[in-house]
Design a protein around this ligand. Structure first.
Ligand code: DX5
Ligand code: ZN
Length: 217
C-alpha cells in the first residue's frame, strides 16, 4: 500500500480557499487535513464549522478533521455535518476516550486519536482496537511550519509493532514538519499517512510536491 498524503489546509491561502481546494482535487492528495484549534487546548485559533463546510462544498477528497479542542464530544455532530469523514480527537483532551470514539463511529465517521509529542504510545495499549487512525504529532500542536521532532521515529516503530502484534490495520498518520527529506524515513519506519502543510503550500508547484511525496518508497 502506498503512503497516503494529507495536505493541511491550514497552510493554504484562506482568501482563495476554493482555488486551493480545487488544486488539491487535481492532485494526488488522498485526504484534505483540516486543523481545528480552539485557543484553549492549543495556543492558537484556526477556524470552525462554516469554513469546514465551505471547504467540503468544493472538496472531492475526504476531509480528515484534526480537532485540537477541549470537550470535542460537544461538537462531533457539527463536524460530521460539516463534511468530516475522519475525526481525530486528542488523547490529552478526552477523559472518556472510549466513549468519544464510539460516538465518532456512531456518526459513520472513522475514529482517530491524536497524541502529543510527550505522550507515550503505550497509553494507547487498551484502546487501539477501537481506533481507525493514530495521528502522531511530530510537532507541538498549534501552529504550522514548525520543526519536526525526531523522537517521532521511535514512536512510529513502537506503534507499528503494537498494531502488528494485535493483528490490527490501524493507520499511522504523522503530523507536523513533514518534508521531502524525512518522508522516506517516516514511511520506512511504518507511517501510512503523511500530513504536510507548509512544505506543500509554500512550494512553487504544490501539485508536483504532493506527487513527489506520494511517490517516495
Ligand atoms: C499543527 C497541525 C498540523 C500542521 C502541519 O498543529 O496539526 O497539521 O498544520 O503543518 P506543517 O506541515 O507546516 O508542519
Ligand atoms: Zn493537524
Amino acid at each position: 500500500m502506498s503512503v497516503k498524503i494529507a495536505p493541511s489546509i491550514l497552510a493554504a491561502d484562506f482568501a482563495n480557499l476554493q482555488r486551493e481546494v480545487e488544486m488539491l482535487n487535481a492532485s494526488d492528495a488522498d485526504y484534505i487535513h483540516v486543523d481545528i484549534m480552539d485557543g484553549v487546548f492549543v495556543p492558537n485559533i484556526s477556524f470552525g464549522f462554516p469554513v469546514t463546510e465551505a471547504i467540503n462544498r468544493h472538496a472531492q477528497k475526504p476531509l480528515d478533521v484534526h480537532l485540537m479542542i477541549i470537550n470535542p464530544d460537544k461538537y462531533l455532530e457539527e463536524f460530521k455535518k460539516a463534511g468530516a469523514e475522519i475525526i481525530s480527537v486528542h488523547f490529552e483532551a478526552c477523559v472518556h476516550l472510549h466513549r468519544t470514539l464510539q460516538h465518532i463511529k456512531s456518526l459513520g465517521c472513522k475514529a482517530g486519536v491524536a497524541i502529543n509529542p510527550h505522550t507515550p504510545i503505550e497509553h494507547l495499549e487498551n484502546i487501539l482496537e477501537e481506533v481507525d487512525l493514530v495521528c502522531l504529532m511530530s510537532v507541538n500542536p498549534g501552529f504550522g511550519g514548525q520543526k519536526f521532532i525526531p523522537n517521532t521515529f521511535s514512536k512510529i516503530k513502537r506503534l507499528s509493532k503494537m498494531i502488528a502484534d494485535k493483528g490490527l490495520n490501524t493507520l499511522i498518520e504523522v503530523d507536523g514538519g513533514v518534508n521531502q527529506s524525512n518522508a522516506p524515513l517516516l514511511v520506512e519506519a511504518g507511517a501510512n499517512v503523511l500530513v504536510a502543510g507548509n512544505f506543500v503550500f509554500s512550494s512553487d508547484n504544490p501539485i508536483t510536491t504532493i506527487k513527489n511525496l506520494k511517490n517516495i518508497q
